[in-house]
Design a protein around this ligand. Structure first.
Ligand SMILES: NC(=O)c1ccc[n+]([C@@H]2O[C@H](COP(=O)([O-])OP(=O)(O)OC[C@H]3O[C@@H](n4cnc5c(N)ncnc54)[C@H](OP(=O)(O)O)[C@@H]3O)[C@@H](O)[C@H]2O)c1
Length: 341
């Protein structure tokens, strides 16, 4: 059977394993999957479509080039390998922060700005998980009313810190000394009012990602984003309390209708929680209400699965876009093929 050869770098990690699950249900015709991780995992296996796939070193993928690479192995690995694959005209969709703000590298949330992609963009960056879920409804608000200013407080799950975050939480909950530490202070029964490293200005790396990436994705270089990122003892699913100030008065009925019709959004009757979003690809929006002091604004609550829409699902959606545009080497099925399925 003809189809795509997909390479997954970081296949043993939380995002990599979620990629495997998302790929199984995607519209991409994956004929072959190559898995890579660090030398520690060489020779182990991950499971794809019920079958074991042996984990290799990244170098092995260079010798047997895939058609598409999904990369989630941290910034150093992306810095080293993404340009090498891209130079060989292999599309790379990278989950790390390494290339996100690089000029000429598109930073893409498909529902929002897939139109920036061009066939010659072989290196494509997936935004930060907190940014992705914020962008999907914010783009709708911007289209209707023009966004001036955004205040966002995040409540970020420990899986956002990779397997170490989950391990520290589960050990602490079990009353064991943590095997590894993702955080310098206890996370069970606690919340840590910072995510990532603190810079000299008092903001954290995660907060600066929210500011810079939002501006790039929405094409609003002056957008005022006021973030406060907090780590909470939740396994999966980031939540965000958001206040938006707009240029034009907001009609909440019209906004709700627009959100309901927008792809990738679930407008929740009841306030959505991380447990509602876990394992699903949509961005959940709830508690939409008027800004208490101006008609040009609103407040809401946004939740999504950080491993799926915040990482793996968004990356696979970008790949599906490349496939639909016929930029991947396997052309998508024609209308008549659909009729025969
Ligand atoms: N977790 C999230 O919610 C989330 C969301 C958006 C973006 N991201 C980004 O996605 C990336 C992966 O995150 P994660 O949560 O999956 O982390 P993780 O669970 O810690 O997994 C890290 C992965 O990277 C691999 N790796 C480490 N060093 C490597 C090397 N030298 N060469 C090749 N592979 C190497 C690991 O392989 P071994 O198992 O062999 O060590 C593992 O597969 C990070 O850049 C992260 O910032 C994560």
């Amino acid at each position: 059977m003809s189809g795509l050869h997909v390479g997954l770098i970081g296949a043993t990690g939380l995002v990599g394993r979620t990629m495997l699950a998302v790929l199984e249900h995607s519209s991409l015709p994956v004929a072959r999957l190559s898995a890579a991780a660090s030398p520690r995992s060489e020779g182990t296996a991950v499971t794809f479509r019920g079958r074991p796939v042996t984990v290799q070193r990244v170098e092995a993928l260079m010798e047997d080039l895939p058609d598409l690479i999904l990369m989630s192995a941290g910034g150093d690995v992306s810095g080293r390998w993404a340009p090498e694959f891209a130079r060989k005209k292999v599309y790379v969709i990278d989950n790390s922060s390494r290339w996100r703000m690089t000029e000429g590298v598109p930073l893409v949330v498909p529902e929002v700005n897939a139109s920036v992609l061009k066939a010659e963009h072989y290196l494509i960056a997936n935004p930060n998980c907190s940014t992705i879920q914020l962008m999907v409804p914010l783009a709708v608000i911007h289209r209707l009313y023009g966004i001036r200013r955004v205040y966002v407080s995040t409540y970020q799950a420990v899986s956002g810190s990779g397997w170490k975050g989950l391990a520290q939480l589960s050990d602490e909950l079990a009353g064991r000394p943590p095997r590894v530490r993702a955080y310098d202070r206890p996370i069970a029964g606690n919340c840590l009012p910072y995510c990532g490293e603190e810079a000299d200005d008092g903001f954290t790396t995660e907060e600066w990602k929210l500011i810079r990436e939002s501006r790039k994705i929405l094409g609003l270089p002056e957008l005022e984003v006021m973030p406060h990122a907090v780590r909470v003892p939740v396994e999966v699913g980031h939540s965000e309390a958001v206040t938006v100030e707009t240029h034009r008065p907001v009609d909440l009925g019209r906004l709700r209708a627009a959100l309901q019709e927008s792809p990738g959004i679930v407008l929740a009757e009841q306030a959505p929680t991380p447990k509602d979003a876990a394992g699903r690809d949509a961005v959940f929006v709830g508690r939409i209400r008027r800004h208490p002091f101006t008609e040009c604004g609103l407040m809401c609550w946004i939740v999504a699965d950080n491993l799926r829409k915040g990482a793996a699902a968004n990356a696979v959606q970008i790949a599906e876009y490349l496939y639909r545009r016929q930029w991947l080497p396997i052309p998508p099925p024609s209308e008549s093929d659909h009729g025969n399925q």
